[in-house]
Design a protein around this ligand. Structure first.
Ligand SMILES: [Zn+2]
Length: 106
């Protein structure tokens, strides 16, 4: 198993263990060679009020309720920290060149 495949496997296992679903881990190509791209899903919180989607005072449409917004950013932050810890990636300016996107399960 090459180093990249091994890193993907380790990251995937750690994220699944942390409670994320549908975890996909891929590496960048070409000039983005060192980047790690992670996608995963979580369940919507039961107290979600996204159905009351509203416009912010400045007119910006906010499709997620605050609970969901906070949950997603917390999960993305935690996943990034876990990846750095698990892989020993140098944190640098771009969180160890990791790009984590978490969505709600459809
Ligand atoms: Zn919500």
């Amino acid at each position: 198993m090459n180093e990249r495949a091994n890193e993907s496997k380790i990251v995937k296992e750690a994220l699944v263990k942390s409670g994320l679903s549908d975890v996909s881990v891929t590496h960048g190509h070409g000039t983005a060679w060192g980047w790690l791209h992670v996608k995963a899903t979580v369940a919507k919180p039961s107290a979600c009020t996204c159905h009351l989607a509203h416009k912010e005072p400045d007119g910006y449409y906010q499709p997620l309720c605050n609970l969901c917004k906070t949950l997603l950013s917390t999960k993305e932050h935690d996943a990034t920290e876990l990846i750095i810890k698990t892989t020993g990636r140098y944190r640098g300016d771009y969180s160890g060149n990791t790009n984590v996107t978490i969505r709600f399960k459809e």
